[in-house]
Design a protein. Sequence first.
Length: 396
Amino acid sequence: MFKKIVYPFMCVLLLVVGILCIQYEKDAPALQKIMPVQAIDLNLNCGASYLIEEKTGKVLYAQNETERLKPASMTKMMGLLLICEQIDQKKISLDDIVTISASAAAMGGSQVFLEVNEQMSVHDLLKSVCISSANDAMYALGEFVATTNDRFVELMNQKAKELNLENTHFVNVTGFDDDNHYTCAKDMAIIAQNLLQYPDLILPYTSMYDGYIRENSEQPFWLVNTNKLIRFYEGMDGLKTGYTSQSGFCLTATAKRNNVRLISVIMKADTSANRNEMTKTLLDYGFSKLEAKTLYQANDKVATIEIKKAKQPKVDVYTPQDIQVILDKEKENVNIKQQIQLKDSLKAPLKKDSVIGQLVVTVDEDVYTFDLIIKEDIDLLTYKEIFGDFLKSILA
């Protein structure tokens, strides 16, 4: 009789313990909000300009942002994005050695004068591209990743399609002028935003004002950043300049102040000095409008959740990083919504520091996503423990 009663309940119990609560929502205090791009004229005398906040892509200023223009060496940002992805995926490393081809060594324009069969690390080639905009170094990196330069250009265009860059098409890796080689200010900002997904990899290079390659040789080569604002504008740490006679003076820049990071694009300016001044005007405007609000500091407890089949009935979840949202300084009173979304496959056992889901924070139309972790091992209930808990519930 006991078995006839218990076994059906055990079957039901085993079905129930497989159900996982996947959402947790709570109200947050009223904070400020970012409003859509305002109709303001900054009187920028250039072919196109664009300013966004990096985390959300919020547009703060736009002028001819979708007009197709020649990007010159800003082209190299797409190549750098592909290189960073390769390194992140561990397909190549900074220590890998590249043998320079005759084609790479023959590149004109800005260069570090690579020689045929010279061997140089990916690290030094990246440094050459990011600091000195070296065409030969970019060409060599493209060949190293994709075997041929033409294939690397194909990968650049595939990535442009993946990012929905409707006004971008590449013919070469360097940015040499070609009627079929074009982009727009908006697309450049999107490429920069994706490149900044690898801040620890790219920013140490783009933030260098100068440096050396071939340091241990008889002919060390001095590199000086083509982006002079790295030295003279507070918070600037990238990204890429460009110039040809047809493109004019271009700059995709990024700067960070008080936890607010902006991306600006200037295309087809008449002089480098005017390009730099317009870049500063854009960034000054953005920083005057925005501020960062910290909701949680790194290692703060965010919530307590239940994980079925776990020995611990309640589990605290934490954020491994500061959780911040970007707000308009002039706006007031908006409700920020927070929602915890746990992984669909989440179940015990789990290891300490495992990512168990994300905290999704919504501010107006802006959406932020942050990883959440646990700080203890979560053990799986044994069948004996499940049965014991079941009996306790029956007797109770």
